[in-house]
Design a protein around this ligand. Structure first.
Ligand SMILES: C[S@@+](CC[C@H](N)C(=O)[O-])C[C@H]1O[C@@H](n2cnc3c(N)ncnc32)[C@H](O)[C@@H]1O
Ligand SMILES: [Zn+2]
Length: 325
């Protein structure tokens, strides 16, 4: 992480996503210091808090906010090979119907959050991978959110992932988003009640931390695989199971911080050639359990028609009744 003492933040300067147009109300101050939880600001080529903790900005513009010693946890997220496979697969448009559904819902919520006050709406993608969803949200909002003009002021977009290659790739591709390394299971380095829309697509969840950072009137969008997802491959390869009660478990995991407020099933068939099948298998969490022989077997099945099945779940903040300590 490289925490060291520096001068207190000197305010924002050009170069970071969200700063160029409105330096006074920079998005950066919504990030929290992993050491003392104070808001961060720009300090030269680093972000820093008022207590002097500092985090260098990488050349691509992302920042590592993992706490010191996190390396010992062994949690490193997706490898460079997995991230690249995901980027190719998503760029080829194979999950386009899902992307459209997620991005349309996120954009609607962000537009509503901006309201008439002209506030900058804030989105965080937790477990953002290559940042594709936020990239598509930014494009849709810039184009007016699909209906009428977009928010008066551009959104603050943040992407969080524990994988170094993921945030590096994402930051290199999506300049409108601020990407940072962090561990969802540990702490989300954003200040309390700062996020209007939290995206969580096939990634780990942390109900307590999600509940802390999402605003009271905010929205959590979760995507989990549907029961028939990749069924044609599941029968022939040792892919991870999708529990039949995945939806109910997700609702239970997120309660009482969040309550379900709607869901949409997205299902379509994919026609995959050998390269696409290889990428699909290399990008999934099942990749950890598959060897080269499995991947070659799958590629040899091409062309193959495969069902993609997803559940997009919408949550609103729950009652947040807390027992006094
Ligand atoms: C299956 S991928 C999904 C990526 C992206 N949401 C998408 O749908 O394209 C899961 C992502 O979660 C990240 N991840 C895994 N464990 C994590 C953790 N504890 N904290 C943050 N990110 C994590 C991985 O590095 C990976 O990028
Ligand atoms: Zn600090």
């Amino acid at each position: 992480m490289g925490s060291r003492r520096v001068e207190p933040p000197a305010g924002s300067a050009a170069g970071l996503p969200g700063e160029a147009d409105d330096r006074a109300a920079s998005c950066v101050s919504l990030l929290a210091c992993p050491v003392c939880l104070a808001p961060l600001g720009r300090a030269g080529r680093a972000l820093g808090c008022a207590a002097g903790h500092s985090y260098d900005l990488a050349r691509q513009g992302h920042v590592d906010l993992l706490p010191a010693g996190h390396g010992r946890s062994g949690i490193t997220g997706d490898t460079a090979g997995m991230v690249e496979a995901r980027r190719r697969f998503l760029d080829a448009g194979h999950y386009q119907p899902l992307t459209r559904a997620v991005v349309r819902t996120a954009a609607e919520c962000l537009m509503a959050a901006a309201g008439d006050e002209g506030r900058r709406p804030v989105a965080l993608d937790a477990g953002c991978g290559d940042g594709s969803y936020l990239g598509a949200v930014a494009r849709l909002l810039a184009a007016g959110g699909g209906q009428g003009p977009g928010p008066a002021r551009p959104p603050c977009l943040f992407g969080l992932d524990v994988s170094r290659p993921a945030v590096r790739l994402a930051a290199g591709r999506h300049k409108e988003t601020l990407f940072f390394r962090g561990d969802v299971n540990h702490r989300i380095c954003m200040v309390d009640n700062s996020v209007d829309v939290l995206l969580n697509v096939f990634a780990p969840r942390n109900a307590r931390e999600f509940g802390r950072v999402v605003r009271r009137d905010g929205t959590l969008l979760v995507v989990v695989p549907g029961p028939g997802h990749l069924a044609q491959l599941r029968g022939r390869l040792p892919l991870l199971d999708i529990p039949a009660d995945k939806r109910d478990r997700t609702v239970a995991d997120l309660a009482p911080e969040f309550r379900p407020a709607g869901e949409e099933r997205v299902e379509h068939d994919l026609e995959l050639d050998g390269d696409a099948l290889t990428d699909l298998l290399r990008m999934t969490p099942s990749a950890w359990h598959l060897d080269d022989e499995h991947i070659a077997d799958a590629a040899a099945m091409a062309p193959l028609r495969v069902t993609a099945s997803f559940l997009l779940m919408v949550f609103r903040v729950g009652l947040r009744l807390r027992v006094p300590e």
